[in-house]
Write a protein that binds this ligand. Structure first.
Ligand code: TYD
Length: 241
């Protein structure tokens, strides 16, 4: 049973529940890219991403990562802990792709020496700019202790996701996470982990376009978008913790 709508984002809607500590997150089929300049829908994406994210949150919990996930309650809805989302998008990269290639002139597909953590300021009006620790501090987006914790948490999540996706025969190129602070000030992994928020390449395919199984198929109009999500879902759900 959902209560009142608290917030509607690009890919999900959050509702209150009878319990003030619990929210309902409903995943939508809507897809956006380039700060919502490109809009569309991906057939059945809400259900696919909800299933993928539920499975991955549960996997990460078994690996000791605290998440906001409580339980999946319908094909496209999950109960989550109510948290205060930090206004920072935390990106972890293992291989160069997307914005870092444009920004630093790296070749698409170039492996990075070690995982790289980047912060982006969550602000649609500004187009989510890349920011440094000094900006985080200046803008009071998080405390210095939280910044240290965020970086370690992001690297820990990357480690566990790499292991998990390896078992799916997928390469985890990069991903974005959002972190929330609960009523006790503990940091929890929030939002979602799905082909909307990760770059995933099929390990068995060398062709640089054919191997893409994530939202880049939508961003770049590569076709077979829903089929790619379906393939990721199939592999993720078949991978037992
Ligand atoms: P990035 O290369 O910075 O941006 P773009 O997708 O515009 O090329 O993205 C790195 C990874 O983080 C990629 O898997 C997409 C994901 N991401 C989001 O899901 N949302 C965001 O707002 C950002 C900045 C990244």
């Amino acid at each position: 049973m959902s209560g009142t709508k608290l917030y509607e984002g690009k890919a999900k809607i959050l509702f209150t529940t009878d319990d003030p500590h619990i929210l309902l997150s409903r995943y939508k089929d809507d897809a956006t890219a380039f700060n919502a300049l490109k809009k569309g829908t991906i057939a059945n994406k809400g259900e696919m991403n909800c299933a993928i994210a539920s499975h991955i949150f549960q996997y990460l919990e078994t690996q000791g990562i605290a998440t906001h996930f409580i339980k999946q309650v319908s094909p496209n809805e999950m109960q989550v802990a109510a948290v205060q989302i930090l206004p920072i998008e935390v990106v972890v990269r293992n291989i160069a792709a997307g914005s870092i290639c444009k920004r630093l002139g790296l070749a698409q597909g170039q492996p990075l020496k070690q995982p790289l953590v980047e912060f982006f300021y969550k602000n649609d009006d500004l187009g989510d700019p890349l920011i440094t620790d000094a900006h985080v501090s200046m803008l009071d987006l998080a405390t210095p202790e939280q910044v240290t914790q965020l970086k370690q948490l992001a690297l820990d999540i990357n480690h566990h996701l790499q292991t998990f996706f390896e078992r799916c025969n997928l390469i985890l190129v990069d991903f974005k996470v959002e972190i929330g602070s609960d009523a006790n000030g503990h940091l929890l992994l929030a939002d979602e982990i799905s082909p909307d928020t990760c770059r995933l390449w099929d390990k068995a395919i060398a062709d640089p376009t054919a191997r893409i199984l994530d939202k880049d198929r939508f961003r770049q109009d590569l076709g077979n978008v829903a089929e790619a999500y379906q393939e990721v879902m199939k592999r993720v759900l078949a991978t037992i913790s």
